[in-house]
Each structure stands twice: as structure tokens, then as C-alpha cells.
Write a protein that binds this ligand. Structure first.
Ligand code: BTX
Length: 323
């Protein structure tokens, strides 16, 4: 494992040129035939490696399936994902991230899974997380200066980051309050933020993100097949999960730092620019049923609406009947 890891590092450092078998064998302190065996294993794992006589080896393409090495390569973050744990199958990455955080895992630690057998949504709902079809990961965050009452803002920061990444992929997403990304009327992605706090201080936050990526329509559970979508269904092509994660990690880190430095204001206006049904009339079921126009978001994460008399209301857990 350690050798393979170093081999991948060396290949990656030399990705713009070639590295000779002799040099690899010197640096790794193993025989040429052992190098050759490792190369074959890498190829089996989906790495595309070019071998040219008299020049050496060069990495051409990363595997499309997730792995710790393939994720780490070319990850352009300062801290997010520098500690990364990948598991082919888990109950929920949230559970593992909680365990690691209780065990003092550092800010930015990521737990990623190939599949989740008990993926969690909010309020004990489930999250359908099929094998290698999407990105299912949880990040440990330790915001030192954030008050517990503002922890919900992290969900909004993440939503803005995801929306920006999707826009870069030319995917027209909207953020549906409080925590989902939609393409049209279908859910593409969900965010689950869980917090551990003592008195007035956040101990840690586990930010869970699920993105449906390479699902075909029939890959979703029957119960959600008419309300879910994936990037592949929309874009009609496979998306490399490793690349997508790197984009999300970089953008989230950027937005998170901006949020910590500048507060909620810049996030708020971007969130509003992506908001699903912004400016539209909705039905609200809170102390009776009434019509409300969505006008924005409040800094405590509440949804800001006006009623038919023009009076403003902040909605928290109130049921909004979106359609
Ligand atoms: P939510 O409560 O807003 O959404 C859950 C609801 O969405 C479900 O009740 C179901 O109707 C629908 N749904 C379930 N799975 C999917 C899916 N794959 N695509 C579209 N719709 C679906 C949203 O909760 C928060 C989800 C966070 C998921 C991440 S994945 C990594 C981390 N680990 C974990 O267990 N949860 C988070």
C-alpha cells in the first residue's frame, strides 16, 4: 500500500514529463519487475498510464471511480480534504465523520463513500446513495468564531458553493430552501448539517453533501424516481466523480473562507440569486393556510416572505407548499 502510494505520488509529480523505470526503482527501492507489477495493478484500477521505451512512464488519466489517491491528486485546496477517508460502503458518512470528530479529527477532514446503505436526510428521512453513482461525503468543520445559532448558515454557504460549481458545468440549478439543489422540478442534491455544541461554542459541524451524478433514471429507488435527477440524466454524459469532488471542495473552501472573513452578507445575496421560486407566490401552512411571496432569506437562515397584505414574515420550520 505504502509503495503504491509513493509510486502514484512520483507519477503525479512527473505528469508533464516521463519518469524512467530506473528512477522509480531507485526512489522506491524496489526492483524493475516489481514496478512493472505495480503498473499493471494501477491500470486494472483504472489509471491510464503511458509507457514509452527509453523515456519511461507517464500518467495520462485518472480512474473514474473514487479512491483516496485519485481524489487527492490535483486537489487544489488549502485544507479541505487533506485528511480523507474513503470507504467503498458505509451506513452513513455522517456517522463516521461524527466518530472521527469526537476523536479530534481536524478541520476539513472528509469521509467519502462509494455507497451508503443508510444515507440520512433531514428529520430521519433517508437519502438514496447508490454504489458509485454519486458523491456522498461528509466534512468535519470547526469554525472557531461562529456562534451556534448561526450554524445553519453553513448549509446556505454549501448550497451557494454547489450552485456555483453546477453553473460552471452549465447545469442550471436552483437552491430550494433550505437545503436542496434542484434542476427544474427535480432534486439533484441535498445538504445535511449536523452540529455538536457546548454552551455557546461550536465543537464541530458535520456537513453532509449528496449529489446524484451518474444515475440513469432507473437507478433511483422507485419512490423517488419521479422527483430525483442526476447530472448524467441532465447532461447526457458521464461525469468523473473525482474531478467533480475536486471542484466542489475548492469552491466550498473558497465560499467558507469568505463567509468566515466577511460574514453572511455576500453569501446571502448569492443565495438569493440562485433561489428556487424567488419572487413567486407559494402556499404556506402555518397558523392556517395563506399565500406568500418569496422575497429572500434572513441571516438566521429563515425564509423571508410577504403575505397578501404586504407584511413580512420569517418562516422557520413552517411547511411551505412549494407546488
Ligand atoms: P432531505 O430530508 O431534504 O431530503 C430527503 C428526501 O429526498 C427523501 O425523503 C426522499 O424523498 C428524497 N430523496 C432521497 N434520496 C434522494 C436522492 N438521492 N435524490 C433525490 N431525492 C432523494 C437532504 O435531506 C439531505 C441529504 C444529505 C445526504 C448526504 S450524503 C452524505 C451525507 N451522509 C448522509 O447520510 N447524508 C449526507
Amino acid at each position: 500500500e505504502g509503495t503504491r502510494h509513493k509510486l502514484i505520488d512520483l507519477l503525479f509529480q512527473n505528469q508533464d514529463s516521463y519518469i524512467s523505470g530506473q528512477e522509480l526503482s531507485d526512489q522506491l527501492n524496489i526492483s524493475r519487475s516489481a514496478i512493472w507489477k505495480h503498473m499493471n495493478e494501477l491500470k486494472k484500477a483504472g489509471y491510464e498510464i503511458e509507457a514509452v521505451t527509453n523515456r519511461g512512464y507517464r500518467i495520462v488519466n485518472l480512474p473514474t471511480v473514487l479512491s483516496e489517491d485519485a481524489i487527492r491528486w490535483g486537489l487544489e485546496t488549502d485544507w479541505l480534504g487533506h485528511h480523507l477517508h474513503y470507504y467503498p460502503s458505509v451506513t452513513s458518512t455522517q456517522n463516521i465523520a461524527h466518530d472521527l470528530a469526537r476523536d479530534k479529527a481536524s478541520h476539513g477532514t472528509v469521509v467519502m463513500a462509494g455507497e451508503q446503505t443508510k444515507g440520512k436526510g433531514r428529520m430521519k428521512r433517508y437519502w438514496d446513495s447508490k454504489q458509485n453513482a454519486g458523491l456522498w461525503f461528509s466534512t468535519v468543520l470547526r469554525p472557531k468564531s461562529l456562534e451556534p445559532k448561526n450554524a445553519t448558515q453553513i448549509t446556505l454557504v454549501a448550497a451557494v458553493a454547489l450552485a456555483k460549481v453546477m453553473s460552471n458545468y452549465s447545469i442550471p440549478v436552483r437552491i430550494k430552501w433550505p437545503n436542496d439543489l434542484f434542476i427544474g422540478e427535480r432534486k439533484l442534491s441535498g445538504i445535511l448539517t449536523e452540529m455538536q455544541a457546548e454552551q455557546d461554542q461550536i465543537d464541530y459541524i458535520i456537513l453532509g453533501i449528496g449529489i446524484n451524478v451518474n444515475h440513469d433514471k432507473n437507478d433511483f429507488d422507485q419512490s423517488i424516481v419521479n422527483q430525483a435527477t442526476s447530472l448524467k440524466i441532465y447532461a447526457e454524459e458521464q461525469i468523473n466523480l473525482n474531478d467533480l469532488f475536486k471542484s466542489v471542495a475548492k469552491e466550498f473552501e473558497l465560499q467558507y473562507e469568505r463567509f468566515i472573513e466577511q460574514g453572511f452578507k455576500p453569501i446571502k445575496s448569492e443565495w438569493e440569486s440562485y433561489a428556487y421560486k424567488m419572487g413567486e407566490w407559494l402556499k404556506v401552512r402555518a397558523q392556517g393556510e395563506w399565500n406568500a411571496k418569496l422575497v429572500g432569506i434572513h441571516e438566521d437562515g429563515a425564509l423571508k416572505v410577504i403575505d397578501e397584505n404586504g407584511q413580512e414574515h420569517l418562516l422557520y420550520s413552517a411547511e411551505i407548499l412549494w407546488s
